[in-house]
Design a protein around this ligand. Structure first.
Ligand SMILES: [Fe+2]
Ligand SMILES: [Fe+2]
Length: 342
């Protein structure tokens, strides 16, 4: 005996239509009738919705209502009065999968029902696939983002390692950059990007001889000239990257020692000629340097560091960046190494 598939069906019609199908079609309809005037839609969609137009029922409005609740993957067959072309067009526009005109003939009806259900199944599959594909893309994006962050952090430590033996300076500096950028109105992705790129600000130090980089005590003027080159070495290392992140890192590397009043290096750029990423990094870098202990100096208190920021506001540092940092002072203090945050 041929297997007969029963399709849960909702029928909205003023008068119960004759929905007898061709007995050889292999399908039957498990029909629930709904009041066409105020149909009480169930929460989940049926296997098939049949809406019969006419006798006070406007098929297009009914279909639109139902699909709004269930989504467009529910298959819909609109049964129309013969010759009413405008109503057929409206029903299709409202989301009917197909339209069929009265009177209903069992063989034709069975074929149309089978086609409509198959099409609805495809739409459901497509909707499911789209959801799945979007979830996969999000997974891949998150994995790439995590890899990118780890690579940057490790690469940044290369610049820092010979200098301080820890990656903590770059991490704190990145956090200050994030706070300032966020306070200046950058969006979340821009803040993330800036804080990652900023971690590579001293990558050029790999090109500075140990005798200068690790010198215990003040650098001579000649040694300081060599030290200044880490900005240009970093720029050369990162130059012409296809990665937007590395291009931003290049900008920060070459501009993080420029100063608002033009007294910085390597180019002596002034004020807004210095890219904003470099201006933010400059404040963050100096702030972490003064609040951290180094082999040649102790760590300043947060109160002294605050005074230093204010003293440099508009001379060494972009006033907007200093103000942004001061407005978020509680958060800033939370990043300062514990022993000197008081
Ligand atoms: Fe530097
Ligand atoms: Fe630094």
């Amino acid at each position: 005996m041929k297997h007969v598939r029963e399709i849960p069906t909702i029928v909205v019609a003023a008068e119960k239509p004759d929905l007898r199908l061709d007995p050889h079609a292999g399908i039957s309809l498990a029909v629930t009738h709904l009041d066409p005037v105020s149909p009480h839609w169930p929460i989940t969609g049926p296997g098939l919705l049949v809406v019969v137009d006419g006798a006070g029922v406007e098929a297009s409005a009914c279909i639109a209502d139902a699909l709004r609740l269930w989504g467009r993957s529910v298959p819909v067959l609109a049964v129309m009065r013969p010759g009413d072309q405008p109503a057929m067009v409206e029903a299709l526009r409202a989301g009917a999968t197909d339209v069929i005109a009265m009177p209903l003939e069992p063989v034709v009806l069975a074929h149309r029902v089978a086609n409509v259900i198959a099409q609805g199944g495809r739409a459901e599959l497509e909707a499911h696939y789209e959801k799945w594909a979007a979830a996969q893309v999000e997974k891949v994006r998150a994995a790439l983002e995590a890899q990118e962050e780890e690579l940057v952090e490790r690469l940044a430590r290369v610049g820092e390692y010979r200098d301080s033996d820890t990656g903590e300076h770059v991490q704190r500096m990145a956090r200050y950059c994030w706070i300032i950028a966020d306070e200046l109105g950058f969006d979340k992705e821009q803040c993330r990007f800036l804080s990652l790129a900023a971690q590579m600000h001293d990558i050029g130090k790999v090109g500075i001889p140990d005798g200068i980089l690790r010198k215990n005590g003040r650098l001579t003027p000649e040694e300081f000239e060599v030290m200044k080159r880490h900005t240009l070495i970093g720029q050369a290392m990162l130059r012409n990257s296809r990665s937007p992140l590395l291009r931003l890192a290049e900008i920060i590397s070459v501009t993080h020692h420029e100063r608002w009043d033009g007294s910085g290096y390597p180019f002596g750029l002034e004020a807004e000629v210095i890219p904003i990423a470099g201006r933010i990094a400059a404040v963050a870098d100096v702030f972490d340097a003064v609040t951290s202990a180094r082999c040649y100096k102790g760590a300043w208190s947060s109160a002294d560091a605050r005074k230093e920021l204010l003293a440099g506001r508009g001379t060494l540092f972009d006033p907007a960046c200093v103000d942004a940092m001061l407005r978020r002072w509680d958060e800033v203090v939370g990043v300062i190494p514990q022993q000197n945050a008081a």
